[in-house]
Design a protein around this ligand. Structure first.
Ligand code: BV8
Length: 272
């Protein structure tokens, strides 16, 4: 009967126990998602700010949406890029950066593997960062020249409220390649849904994960693949994994530690 069914695995939330493990760690990998930037005022994908106008990010962050309506997708990314002009790293980003510096001085190693494109880890001072899904700068499809300007985009309202109309910017007026003789339409330098992740970056990620003796998973819903399978793979090797989130996720029961709360508060305590 029901009383004989063992309770689901309740991950430890014993900070003292985690810190014993952390003190022995020589090679740490920290996987981060949108939740680590939430306390910087950057909307997450599935939280309250998860919609831009009437669309979820997933409906815009894909090649079909871009070819169907490049103006709308560019407005979405321009809004997100402009938002970052007034957003700063929070205590969680800073705790990771100072922990990386401290471990490095002790001959140890910390790598940040992030799904985020907001570059807040860079701005907080982290050095060893692997960006799974790119960064928000636009780039040419065939050469890595970055080009951020588009007068028409600056004019468009871009505001996220659902009753805002599309700016309907002519494709000729969207960010274009400045290389002589090209003039091609630029796109954001990110990995969209349905696009493969960069092989070189993934190889480096697997090297870090294979070598780590402790893994943290911070502020991700663990819903998007292949990022969502990385920490469970580490846990399946018997390496300790600690999840820092506001709530349980589909991956929580795979991990030995789960610390519930805003990571801007929990992570600095864990890594002190
Ligand atoms: C690929 C860049 C091969 C762009 C992003 C069916 C089953 C399984 C997989 C698939 C499937 N169908 C298709 C797929 C593959 C698909 C996928 O996984 N889909 C999902 C939705 C089912 N994946 C892909 O397409 C990937 N490519 O697989 O290539 C291939 C090729 C062709 C066809 C098929 C496969 C590419 C995925 C990358 C997409 N690009 N971003 C941009 O940013 O605009 S994804 C984007 O969402 C993020 O980068 C991130 O990766 C992802 C998830 O977001 P999170 O970071 O987790 O954020 P979220 O809002 O979801 O959660 C926030 C969390 O933080 C919450 O848990 C919340 O509780 C917590 N939190 C909030 N505040 C705090 C907090 N925690 C702590 N403190 C706080 N203060």
């Amino acid at each position: 009967n029901i009383s004989n069914i063992p309770p689901p695995l309740q991950p430890l939330s014993d900070m003292a126990r985690f810190r014993e493990v952390f003190k022995l760690s020589k090679r740490l990998v920290v996987l981060t998602g949108a939740g680590i930037s939430a306390e910087s005022g950057v909307p997450t994908f599935r939280g309250p700010g998860g919609y831009w106008r009437q669309w979820r990010a997933q409906e815009l962050a894909n090649p079909d949406a871009f070819s169907a309506n490049p103006s709308r997708v560019w407005e979405f990314y321009h809004y997100r890029r402009e938002l970052m002009a007034t957003r700063k790293p929070n205590a969680a980003h800073r705790a990771l950066a100072s922990c990386e510096e401290r471990l490095h001085a002790q001959g140890c190693h910390l790598a940040v593997v992030t799904q985020n494109i907001d570059e807040l880890h860079h701005r907080a001072g982290s050095k060893n960062i692997l960006e799974l899904h790119g960064k928000e700068r636009c780039f040419l499809l065939h050469s890595g020249i970055f080009n951020l300007d588009s007068h028409a985009l600056h004019l468009s309202c871009r505001a996220p409220s659902p009753d805002n109309e599309d700016a309907g910017i002519d494709v000729e007026d969207l960010p274009r390649c400045q290389l002589r003789g090209c003039g091609g339409l630029l796109r954001p330098h990110v990995v969209w849904f349905g696009e493969s992740l960069d092989e070189e970056i993934m190889n480096k990620v697997f090297e870090e994960l294979d070598a780590c003796d402790l893994c943290l998973v911070v502020g991700t819903s663990s819903l998007v693949y292949p990022a969502a399978m990385l920490a469970p793979q580490v846990a399946s090797r018997g390496v300790p994994v600690a999840e820092f989130n506001l709530e349980a996720t589909p991956a929580t029961t795979r991990f030995g530690f789960h610390f519930e709360g805003p990571c801007g508060q929990t992570l600095p305590v864990a890594l002190a």
